[in-house]
Design a protein around this ligand. Structure first.
Ligand SMILES: [Zn+2]
Length: 142
């Protein structure tokens, strides 16, 4: 059986992991560019009375490229993509997103609660241990 590699982002299939990594790294992502918000907002286009913007500008990374000479990835530079709104999702698709979201939030809360309980149990054990076990003879006298 021959091993195949699938790009996580676009689903292209490759024979070599290296080629697959190149494809994945070449894709553009939404960038962490909150600082551009006012400029980007000012370029959104709205039609009178329509609740969705006609098009929005989104800050993006430009995809990192491996630089062989420098032996590292080139710095990412912010680029801007134009996104056009086609339509809102239908009720079924929107519900699926909400259900996934609710399940994720619930799981995160449960994990957090489990973590908190574990910390409390640990703290409880420390309190129960005799003083002498906590400080080994280094008592201070005022
Ligand atoms: Zn790809």
């Amino acid at each position: 059986m021959r091993l195949k590699y699938v790009c996580e982002k676009c689903g292209l299939v490759f024979d070599s992991g290296e080629d697959c990594t190149k494809c994945e790294d070449g894709h553009v992502n939404f960038a962490e560019t909150d600082s551009y918000e006012p400029e980007v907002k000012a370029r959104s286009e709205w039609n009178p009375g329509v609740k969705f913007p006609e098009r929005i500008i989104v800050p993006m990374s430009n995809g990192r490229k491996w630089n062989n000479e420098k032996g590292r990835y080139d710095e990412e530079e912010c680029v801007f993509g134009i996104y056009e709104i086609v339509n809102e999702l239908n009720v079924v698709d929107a519900d699926a997103i909400r259900k996934e979201h609710d399940a994720r939030v619930k799981k995160e809360q449960e994990d957090m609660e489990r973590w908190r309980q574990m910390l409390n149990e640990k703290a409880g054990k420390l309190e129960q241990e005799p003083q002498s076990a906590l400080c080994d003879g280094g008592e201070m006298h005022g």
